[in-house]
Design a protein around this ligand. Structure first.
Ligand SMILES: Cc1cc2nc3c(=O)[nH]c(=O)nc-3n(C[C@H](O)[C@H](O)[C@H](O)COP(=O)(O)OP(=O)(O)OC[C@H]3O[C@@H](n4cnc5c(N)ncnc54)[C@H](O)[C@@H]3O)c2cc1C
Length: 322
């Protein structure tokens, strides 16, 4: 079969990541001459089902209560069953933690191939080819997937959504599936962090601070600059590990992957693990007093200076321009 399945998590909603996964799926299905089927795991808002139906041929919603709270074992078993029913050539997922966790295990269960961090998934004859960044984004590799289905998690926010123009909406159906909650994994406690503004992953402008700020107080000053710019705040792992800011601010390999229009890195050295989180940013700017800091290799604009001499005047200038 030449069909493509996009797996979306109901709890995430119809965000930019879901749109990116569907965009990659739609283009791949069209090039294979197959259908695009979106599988929504867990109860979902109408915005997700209708948004998916706008570009997919079929939307299958697995809204069983056992899938309402993410449990990797239950979700994997249910997803594997639904994918088996669809017999697709490819299964695409996003690059959130849950999807990454599911992708490799799903490929193993289905006897398929797995690849991750894809910026493009294309068909060459019968074979799927996945393009991905390697060596911290310094080079690009094209990987041929030998087995079917190819299960790929994509850098969702870096991928163009599909246009719904000229398409009639796909059908929306409930999954025909019996789901049993897997007792091996239980959520014992849940902490919901108070959120200010948009999610970091969806932010258009991000101001991020590093260890060079020297403590939690300078982050307050940086926040006033971020407010002036209408930006969300983020940080390097060093600043989060020091307890200066919440762990949820961390950007990088083991933190969030962001894709803003503008990323301003203040007193961040630019270690490869940090850069992995900002590889999809359109414009990176940095303020660092060390002209040899690696961050400058990734920057469109850079200021070599002590941040204390730059942040205040920059904020005043931007306020005046407003
Ligand atoms: C497996 C693994 C995963 C990791 N995952 C992540 C991750 O997800 N995210 C992440 O960020 N890191 C991650 N790291 C850590 C990463 O390797 C770096 O240690 C970390 O990013 C460094 O943070 P930093 O740039 O804030 O600090 P530093 O490397 O200490 O850099 C501080 C910078 O501030 C500059 N500076 C100092 N004072 C001033 C001043 N007054 N004005 C202007 N500039 C100044 C310095 O010149 C320096 O460049 C990971 C590491 C490992 C091993």
């Amino acid at each position: 079969m030449n069909d493509v399945v996009c797996c979306l998590l109901g709890s995430a909603g119809f965000d930019r990541a879901a749109q990116g996964v569907l965009g990659a799926g739609r283009r791949l299905a069209d090039s294979l001459g197959g259908k695009l089927r979106a599988i929504v795991m867990g109860p979902a808002e109408d915005a997700l089902t209708s948004g998916a139906a706008a570009v997919a041929d079929v939307v299958v919603v697995a809204a069983d209560p056992a899938l309402a709270e993410y449990n990797p074992e239950t979700c994997l078993t249910a997803l594997a069953e639904l994918v088996k029913q669809a017999e697709p050539k490819a299964v695409l997922l996003g690059n959130d933690t849950y999807s990454q966790e599911l992708a490799a295990r799903l490929a193993h269960r289905l006897g398929g191939s797995a690849a991750g961090d894809a910026v493009e998934v294309a068909a060459e004859g019968e074979q799927l080819r996945v393009t991905r960044g390697v060596y911290g984004g310094k080079a690009t590799a094209v990987i041929a997937l030998a087995r079917s289905p190819g299960v790929v998690w994509v850098r969702a926010r870096a991928i163009e959504p599909a246009s719904a123009e000229g398409r009639s909406p796909g059908t929306v159906e409930n999954a025909s599936l019996e789901v049993t909650a897997d007792p091996r994994v239980k959520v014992v406690e849940r902490h919901v962090e108070a959120k200010e503004g948009v999610r970091l992953e969806d932010a258009q402008i991000i101001v991020s601070g590093g260890r060079g700020l020297g403590g939690p107080e300078p982050f307050e000053e940086l926040k006033t600059l971020a407010d002036t710019m209408g930006a969300q705040m983020a940080a390097s792992r060093a600043a989060c590990d020091a307890g200066w800011v919440p762990p949820s601010w961390q950007v990088g390999q083991t933190g969030k992957k962001v894709a803003p229009e503008l990323y301003l890195a203040v007193a961040i050295s630019g270690a490869s693990q940090h850069i992995m989180g900002i590889a999809d940013a359109k414009v990176i700017c940095a303020i660092n007093r060390d002209a040899d800091a690696p961050i400058f290799k990734h920057c469109r604009f850079g200021i070599v200076e002590d941040y204390q001499k730059v942040v205040g005047p920059l904020r005043e200038r931007l306020s005046a321009l407003k």
